[in-house]
Design a protein around this ligand. Structure first.
Ligand code: PHE
Length: 344
């Protein structure tokens, strides 16, 4: 009888190893450990043995039942894992896995600033005009009173394409010519537009300058527009953008397409005018260039400069974003670093 236990032990273990799925395992369990299983019957037979054999046999039979139960539990878990792995490989859905969070994107900091800028100019009656990124040399320079070979062209380092005369715009100002020709109806209609978009310059990249950046150009053409209109309009914009208590100042400057030309400074937003590294300890931050549209440019746009006048400005949204958030390096904007972008 004791040999029977050994044979049963070996046979059961071998069959257990061979049971490769849940069904085979249940059958195995029924066969050995179930109510009418072989091990169960063996245990029950203990009572029928001669008295002197009973103790030893009972001990061995109990050991057999416990060992096989433990082996069964272990094998069942292994088979469960195997089945899981197999079902994942064949693409079946594992509903026990925790859900994956869908990452939501956000608006680029410059886009956020641009939207603020659009909203403020819209309130003030300026509509958006989309001009092209790929420009011709004539519109980007010549029609803006910058003839070929004029030294003023050095103000804008240019990306040329393989097609002669076709360039990437170095500023949004060529949009002035296109807006005047599109909306002016041969110099008979007033205009109030902003022209946002990407500009490109062939420059050494540094903390302060990038080879691509946005500008928002503004253009107002009418019959009696004067320098005071320009100053009042820009000042109002700055108050709405940076706060009603912020002071604004204008400095004389030079652009070939405006006369007179000015640059606009706002009291440093970070230090409140006391002086800090961002404003280079001047207390002021430059946010735009502007001026009265040059008579030559008005003429190139189809207007008679003796009857019509206007102002134009160009502001830098990345610079404004840097000021607002205290960003010290413009290279973050196109660095595609989520550690930067996710902060906004
Ligand atoms: N286009 C000029 C620049 O890129 C800015 C400007 C726009 C100045 C309109 C005057 C009027 O520097």
């Amino acid at each position: 009888m004791l040999e029977k236990i050994d044979t049963l032990y070996e046979q059961a273990l071998a069959e257990l190893e061979a049971s490769a799925d849940g069904e085979a395992l249940s059958a195995w369990y029924r066969r050995y450990l179930g109510r009418k299983g072989e091990v169960t019957l063996l245990l029950r037979a203990t009572g029928m043995l001669p008295k002197e054999e009973r103790a030893e046999f009972g001990k061995r039979a109990n050991w057999l039942r416990d060992t096989l139960s433990a082996a069964y539990a272990e094998r069942a878990e292994a088979v469960r894992q195997e089945e899981l792995a197999r079902s994942l490989q064949t693409g079946a859905l594992d509903v026990t896995l925790p859900g994956r969070r869908i990452p939501t994107g956000g608006l680029h900091p410059t886009t956020q600033t641009l939207r603020e800028i659009y909203a403020i100019w819209a309130e003030m009656g300026f509509q958006v005009y989309r001009s092209r990124d790929v420009e011709d040399d004539e519109t980007n320079f010549t029609l803006l009173n910058i003839p070929p070979h004029h030294p003023a062209r050095d103000m804008w380092d240019t990306f040329h394409t393989t097609t002669p005369g076709v360039i990437l715009r170095t500023h949004t100002s060529p949009g002035q010519i296109r807006a005047m020709r599109d909306y002016g109806e041969n110099g008979t209609q007033p205009i109030r537009v902003i022209l946002p978009g990407m500009c490109y310059r062939y420059e050494q990249i540094s903390a302060r300058s990038e080879i691509q950046f946005n500008q928002v150009e503004g253009l107002a053409i009418g019959r009696n527009i004067r320098l005071t209109d320009l100053k009042g309009t820009i000042t109002e914009f700055a108050r709405r953008m940076f706060g009603p208590d912020k002071r604004v100042r204008f400095r004389g400057s030079y652009f070939p397409f405006t006369e007179p030309s000015l640059e606009v400074d706002v009291e440093c937003i970070l230090c409140g005018g006391k002086g800090c590294p961002v404003c280079k300890y001047s207390g002021w931050l430059e946010i735009a260039g502007c001026g009265m549209v040059h008579p030559v440019v008005l003429q190139n746009g189809g207007y008679d400069p003796r009857e019509w006048s206007g102002f134009a400005f160009g502001m830098g949204p990345e610079r404004m974003t840097m000021l607002k958030h205290g960003i010290q390096d413009i290279r973050y904007f196109w660095g595609n670093d989520l550690r930067f972008l996710e902060q906004f």
